[in-house]
Design a binder for this molecule. Structure first.
Ligand SMILES: [Zn+2]
Length: 234
């Protein structure tokens, strides 16, 4: 019996050694290649963010696609060290401006500059990088439900400090660009490299808080300028 227990302990140690640790998976996350840089907006450490959907803007069958990335980001709360809980709080008829409130809504953000398909509108009462309230605005041109999921997953990355990485390897990060408008990239949540970078972002946030990012800066377009935009036939 004792021998069996020892064998089981050894087997457990052996199996544990096969599972890559966060540090190991982070080691191959080169910024600009597999991982986005950070230094953007953040929800405050250990906050509970109430997520609302502006329900008149979406079809009922689109809602699960909006909530999947919320769930996926929420489930890595401990792994990233942010401690930020994303709690779906229900529907709303207008964007909510309460503390730690996030509204997911539609808006014509694509037409404005011809480059955006989604936009993060964040406000900080302290005029620093810590968000007081925010909205994720999705252009009506995004109709593919999987593209909606990718858009929310990407914009949530911007809520956790991540910047765009248009030149990153495919599927290495959710902060990459859409391959084409209304494409999905088949992603609805953060990758191992995204988790590693959010961890680094919150480590920095504990040491120093940057001023509010310039939301009109070049780091905001999920569609690359040089890529011809192809709208696939439905
Ligand atoms: Zn972006």
């Amino acid at each position: 019996m004792k021998r069996l227990v020892s064998a089981l302990i050894l087997l457990t140690i052996f199996l544990a050694a096969l599972v890559p640790t966060a540090a190991q998976s982070g080691a191959s996350c080169k910024v600009g290649l597999e991982a986005p840089a950070f230094g953007f907006w953040n929800w405050s450490l250990h906050s509970t963010v109430r997520v609302y959907i502006l329900i008149a803007d979406f079809q009922s069958d689109e809602v699960p696609y909006l909530l999947a990335p919320v769930h996926n980001w929420n489930s890595v709360s401990e792994a990233t060290g942010s401690g930020v809980k994303l709690l779906y709080a229900g529907s709303t008829s207008s964007p909510l401006l309460c503390e730690n409130c996030l509204t997911i809504m539609r808006g014509h953000v694509f037409d404005k500059t011809g480059r955006h398909a989604t936009e993060l509108r964040a406000y900080s009462a302290r005029q620093d990088q810590v968000i007081t309230y925010a909205s994720i605005v999705i252009d009506p041109a995004l109709t593919n439900p999987k593209a909606l999921a990718y858009a929310v997953a990407h914009e949530l990355g911007h809520n956790f400090g991540l910047l765009d990485c248009f030149n990153c390897k495919e599927k290495s990060t959710v902060m990459n660009q859409f391959k084409f408008l209304n494409g999905s990239n088949d992603m609805a949540g953060p990758t191992a490299c995204d988790i590693a970078q959010v961890k680094a972002a919150y480590k920095e946030l504990a040491r120093r808080v940057r001023p509010s990012p310039q939301t009109e800066d070049a780091g905001e377009e999920p569609i690359d300028d040089d890529t011809p935009i192809v709208v696939p036939r439905p």
